[in-house]
Design a protein around this ligand. Sequence first.
Ligand code: ATP
Ligand code: MG
Length: 202
Amino acid sequence: MSDERKNAKHKAAMEKQKSKVDANIEAADEERGVAILLTGNGKGKSSSAFGMVMRALGYGHKVGVVQFIKGQQLSGEEIYLKEKCPDVTFYQMGTGFTWDTQDRTADMQAARDTWAVALPMLRDPSYNLVVMDELTYMLAYKYLPEEEVIKAIRERPREQSVVVTGRGGGTALQDVMDTVSEVKEIKHAFKAGIKARQGVDY
Ligand code: ATP
Ligand code: MG
């Protein structure tokens, strides 16, 4: 195929694509916050959530971040938000829950205490964005009542967006979310013996 033909073909394809996108933009006329679930086995769920935190902060939006996992080690996002973004409400479960813990009662209490921080944010219209990082595990282990979590997400202020991360999540949670993305693992450096990297993995 000549370059000229290739270019003409490409142009036609791009125009077709553009008209499709334009039609979708035209059709979207509802203005409200969105609920996003980032799930799947691949790397990129929490980092995507923190990407949205950065976007929101760029516009001076009010942001809350609640992490439903005990930090095995400090993460860059925690350091940055605590040190440089005093306006961001940051809370981490901190105690109780670890993967190898035997103390289910303590885990449940820690989950409930953390939920008690997240819930008021989901009821506070001054928050533009609320991130609940690794929340899905709390539902999977039944540390938190799924109906209550789903109800709080559904009944949140109209302008508020919420991002939930974590593997799994279940169909009831997926149903209440507007956007659900699955990060699929194709490969991961860790499996080739490469250590988790500061500033990239944590
Ligand atoms: P990230 O925080 O890097 O976006 P994530 O939120 O998608 O990752 P988690 O399950 O929360 O994934 O895992 C957190 C940590 O585990 C990160 O250090 C991440 O690089 C690493 N990790 C994520 N996915 C995998 C995987 N498939 N295999 C091994 N390690 C992984
Ligand atoms: Mg994560």
